[in-house]
Design a protein around this ligand. Structure first.
Ligand SMILES: [Cu+2]
Length: 143
């Protein structure tokens, strides 16, 4: 009798696990392009959010963009800004203001139908935004 109960419990567990898998959380991926704005240290960013599995655009989300400097934890305190969705589904626009030039990690917080956090590292310079440099030569980071 005991073993029957155990078997039933095991089957129930498996069924639950199966369900869990079927409802697995949607993960987001993001493409971010930023360009310098009119003000110093101001950047206009275009963020394309998509389902990481299906590539389907993620529309109708609430998106905030924060920024940290990985090389200087807790040294900066950039207030996260809201991003507005464009006419093109899954494309959001945000204007960020940083505190210095250099490598920043943009923290994309998604909420609403999909909840996720995506971090994108970019190098912000006076006249351009590009790839981050490898994490060497720490002495080059100066205020
Ligand atoms: Cu810094």
């Amino acid at each position: 009798m005991r073993s029957i109960i155990c078997t039933a419990a095991a089957i129930a567990m498996l069924a639950l696990c199966g369900l869990e898998g079927a409802h697995a959380q949607v993960r987001a991926k993001a493409g971010v392009t930023c360009k310098p704005g009119t003000e110093k240290l101001q950047y206009d960013c275009i963020i394309k959010l998509a389902n990481s599995k299906t590539n389907e655009p993620l529309s109708g989300l609430t998106l905030t963009v924060g920024a940290d400097m990985p090389s200087m934890p807790a040294a900066h305190n950039v207030r996260p800004v809201g991003a507005a969705e464009d006419q093109e589904k899954g494309t959001y626009k945000a204007r960020i203001v940083l505190e210095m030039y250099g490598d920043w990690a943009l923290r994309l917080d998604l909420s609403g139908p999909v909840r996720d956090r995506v971090v994108k590292r970019l190098r912000f310079e006076r006249d351009r935004v590009g790839e981050t440099t490898p994490a060497r030569a720490p002495g080059r980071h100066r205020h």
